[in-house]
Design a protein around this ligand. Structure first.
Ligand SMILES: *Cc1c(COP(=O)(O)O)cnc(C)c1O
Length: 363
């Protein structure tokens, strides 16, 4: 056998992310509604599509991603040196962990929060310290207390949160930031920032905070893999030591530039998402389920019992060609998570949800 590192040797062999494609292969049938991965069914801006089609993909992308960084810097009112571009937040999380986490390093996150972060921490041998959610919110005070107690160098918060859709107001996040231990980095995963009612102003003078944004959700470019992080130059420049400099796909970068410039499309998508979320709420209500308030492009629906029941509902929907997901940890796993869909997607969801509930043993 190859001599794997002790860190890799200790990792579980299981595949952490089972995508809808794998489920389709297993079922030998395609899904009819893909409303489980928080992608944007409304797609990217037509300008972005045109820019991607026109890109000279025979060339490597600029390894400094200068033009995209300049556009993002202008958009957010920060300097180019405050931005790093990467192949999705997922990749940027990996680089951040690699910068800060050695085998045995304690890292704090919420139990049941975004699993890709955990995947990277474990992959570099870090020690995950999990704080429970409080009332379906990431518990900022609890996370802070654990971070302080362990003097951890890294703490993760997704705001808005996935999988619950809950959101903390900027002032609350600011309070947490001000109390971070010296040298500790708060990774604020803001994959859903565009859907939220507000956000902290960027303060790139603070080396303790890094903010991650993506073109995968509101901008509808999940398959293109473009995201960025904004932070203090001392932290941002360190990414150059470890990142994959040629990771960006030239078409995706051109698409991201065009998408960023098309505010009209973004506004239209936000309107569509708000409408779809309202309809998901109404469908849930009609079947006796409670929709949690969401600051994202998805809605967590409380199925009213435990995780075993919610799993049965989920499986009933999947069997009826509706791809949805659910939180993995109790008590959040009493919910299923439904992404804003097209009216066709939601027609199918509306038809199948009562059947799935009945089959699961409700009503
Ligand atoms: C979807 C999601 C991501 C993934 O972003 P990419 O840029 O597509 O890698 C990251 N964080 C959270 C919380 C998400 O829900």
């Amino acid at each position: 056998m190859p001599r794997f590192t002790s860190v890799v040797d200790a990792l579980p062999a299981s595949v952490p992310f089972v995508g809808p494609e794998a489920q389709e292969r297993l079922r030998e049938r395609l899904f009819k509604a893909r409303i489980g991965a928080n992608e944007s069914v409304f797609g990217p801006s037509p300008e972005a599509v045109a820019a991607m089609a026109a890109a000279d993909v025979w060339k490597y992308a600029d390894p400094e991603n200068f033009e995209l960084k300049a556009a993002l810097a202008a958009f957010h009112g920060v300097a180019v040196a405050n931005i790093v571009v990467g192949e999705g937040i997922d990749a940027l999380l990996g680089y951040l962990v690699r910068l800060l986490v050695a085998p045995g390093t304690p890292v704090v996150t919420s139990h049941g929060a975004y699993p890709t972060f955990n995947f990277h921490v474990t992959g570099y041998g870090g020690r995950l310290e999990m704080v429970p959610y409080r009332d379906d919110f990431e518990d900022l005070e609890g996370l802070l207390a654990r971070t302080q107690a362990l003097d951890a160098p890294l703490v993760f918060v997704a705001n808005p949160d996935n999988p619950m859709g809950s959101w903390h107001k900027p002032a609350r996040v600011q309070g947490m930031i001000e109390a971070l231990p010296d040298g500790c980095v708060l990774c604020l995963d803001e994959a859903y920032a565009e859907f939220a009612p507000g956000a902290l102003a960027f303060d790139v003078s603070d080396p303790n905070v890094i903010r991650m944004r993506t073109f995968s959700k509101a901008y509808g470019m999940a398959g293109a893999r473009v995201a960025y992080a904004i932070g203090h130059t001392g932290l941002i420049s360190a990414f150059d030591k470890v990142r994959n400099h040629f990771a960006m796909n030239r078409a995706a970068v051109a698409g991201a530039m065009a998408a960023l410039a098309d505010g009209e499309w973004l506004a239209q998508v936000l309107g569509e998402v708000a409408g779809a979320k309202a309809r998901i709420g109404a469908i849930a209500k009609a079947t006796g389920l409670r929709a949690l308030r969401s600051a994202t492009n998805f809605v967590a629906l409380d199925c009213g019992r435990d995780g075993i029941f919610a799993r049965r509902v989920l499986n009933g929907l999947i069997a009826r060609d509706v791809f949805v997901r659910m939180p993995l940890v109790a008590p959040q796993d009493r919910c299923i998570r439904v992404t804003a869909g097209t009216s066709g997607d939601l027609d199918l969801f509306e038809e199948m949800l009562p059947q799935a509930l009945r089959e699961a043993g409700n009503g």
